[in-house]
Design a protein around this ligand. Structure first.
Ligand code: DX5
Ligand code: ZN
Length: 229
């Protein structure tokens, strides 16, 4: 079955809180994934950084593969790397269901989004806080997902930038109903409701889950707050 079916399931389940594994205990990855499954999460968000596009390094295909072996949850892979087009098929082979590239990292986002579609993965396009929506308007019809960064990509634990709310509101008017809107960075109990009201459907959360003792309570509380919007 197509991996793109996950897009429909995520849309139907929205608001969906997606844990960003950046802050998890990689020495106990299986335990972390089980705890997140038990917390009822609908997918995992994996942040791939190359030390070039962003000044931080994380992990690549082996961790995506490891997560794939551990769970059937959709894997939402956020590529913060230069030249993502060179690695799309490898991330797809590793088990990614959604692959999101950064508009700032490529000359022609449309070509890379099509490349992702051709491999039967969901195609996402991310923009950093200083990147205007106009710069991606021409490729919105090719996006299964638009990721609005509410911090500059690169590190967890940063403060939420409200410019993301304006962008979400604008995008909501521009995209078709099948395109998922995702927000990432500084999403927590104070900011998630505004994000939901602005149109976000998927909420990437790092610190506000992994710095809590109960993932279940954290995910539930955040989901409840998003539902209030
Ligand atoms: C930042 C990453 C995020 C980040 C979220 O570049 O894309 O996914 O880890 O972490 P918090 O929720 O701590 O901002
Ligand atoms: Zn991310």
């Amino acid at each position: 079955m197509s991996r793109r079916r996950h897009l429909v399931e995520l849309r139907q389940a929205s608001p969906v809180v997606l844990p960003s594994l950046l802050l998890c205990d990689f020495g106990n990855l299986e335990r972390e994934v089980r705890q997140l499954e038990e917390a009822g999460v609908r997918g995992l968000h994996l942040d791939v950084m190359d030390g070039q596009f962003v000044p931080n390094l994380t992990y690549g295909m082996p961790i995506v593969e490891a997560c794939r072996r551990l769970t059937d949850l959709p894997l939402d892979v956020h590529l913060m790397i230069k030249q993502p087009q060179q690695y799309i098929s490898q991330f797809c082979d590793a088990g990614a269901d959604i692959i999101t590239i950064h508009a700032e990292a490529v000359d022609s986002p449309s070509e890379v989004l099509s490349q992702i579609h051709d491999l039967d993965c969901g195609a996402g396009l991310a923009i950093n806080p200083d990147t205007p929506i106009e710069s991606i308007e021409s490729c919105l019809s090719l996006c299964d997902l638009v990721l609005v960064m509410s911090v500059q990509a690169g590190f967890g634990g940063q403060s939420f930038r409200p410019i993301a709310l304006d962008k979400l509101r604008t995008l909501k008017q521009l995209v078709n109903e099948n395109t998922l809107l995702e927000v990432d960075g500084g999403v927590n109990g104070k900011t998630i409701r505004d994000c939901a009201a602005a149109g976000a459907q998927l909420f990437v959360v790092g610190s506000a889950i992994f710095r809590e003792t109960s993932y279940r309570d954290a995910v539930q509380n955040l989901t409840d707050l998003a539902l209030l919007a």
